[in-house]
Design a protein around this ligand. Structure first.
Ligand code: B16
Ligand code: MG
Length: 214
């Protein structure tokens, strides 16, 4: 059985993808091209600057900006995103996430966060789940983005748990790939057809059979 649960944040515990989308879309609108919900799928689990590169590719504007200009575009998006998430509350927790955190805690399972977001701590605070985490690894703590496994290994190492005893809950392909690369169980949250890399997929955390894995 496993002794450690590592959670991705956006798309697994909290539904923040829609706010990322709104903020990126405002930027695309201002730059004069359209950015669809389907385009937004490509940004899940991807770092902020890599997301901007994908957005500019969609708008065929890759060559239009210097590095400094790109940093200011990313900052513009982030300021808007932070405005949205500063209003988050516990109602934005995804189905089953609070109950699962409570059950794992009661069982003595170690709980880690493994998120690409630099805003992760603020999101955890606003939805009221910070206290569940034994360690928080976010976009500020890592130097390499998913599919590099650093965001998961840092947490497991700090908790002194062997990688084989970790279950990673992820909604992105890059995150599942990262988990598998170091022998962690890659548990996909979402639709099976979107997550072919996963060892096993559950539509939501509500349907996750805790006793089978922990
Ligand atoms: P930020 P996760 C990821 O979070 C999001 O899925 C991704 O869409 C976002 O670009 C990335 O965080 C960086 O977020 O701009 O807040 O630093 O899924 O790894 O929890
Ligand atoms: Mg995610």
């Amino acid at each position: 059985k496993h002794t450690c649960a590592i959670f991705d944040l956006d798309g697994v515990l909290v539904d923040t993808a829609k706010y990322h989308y709104l903020a990126w879309k405002e930027l695309a609108d201002r730059l004069g091209f359209s950015f669809t919900l389907q385009d937004n799928e490509r940004l899940k689990g991807v770092s902020r600057m890599a997301s901007l590169d994908i957005l500019l590719e969609v708008g065929q504007m890759t060559e239009h900006f210097t590095q400094a200009e790109k940093e200011s575009l990313a900052e513009e998006k982030n300021n808007r995103y932070v405005e949205f998430i500063s209003k988050l509350d516990e109602s934005e927790l995804l189905e089953g996430s609070l109950a699962l955190l409570e059950t794992l805690k009661a069982k003595g399972v170690k709980i880690a966060l493994g998120s690409a977001s630099k805003n992760a701590k603020m999101i955890l605070e606003n939805v009221g789940i910070t206290a569940f985490f034994d360690v928080i690894v976010d976009g500020n703590a890592v130097s390499k983005a998913k599919p590099d496994p650093e965001v998961f290994t840092l947490g497991a190492d700090q908790l002194n748990v062997p990688y084989e005893q970790c279950v990673v809950f992820e909604d992105s392909q890059a995150g599942l790939e990262a988990a598998k690369a170091v022998g962690m169980l890659a548990l996909g949250v979402g639709q099976e057809q979107d997550l072919p890399q996963a060892d096993v997929v559950f539509p939501t955390l509500k349907s996750f059979p805790v006793g089978v894995y922990f």
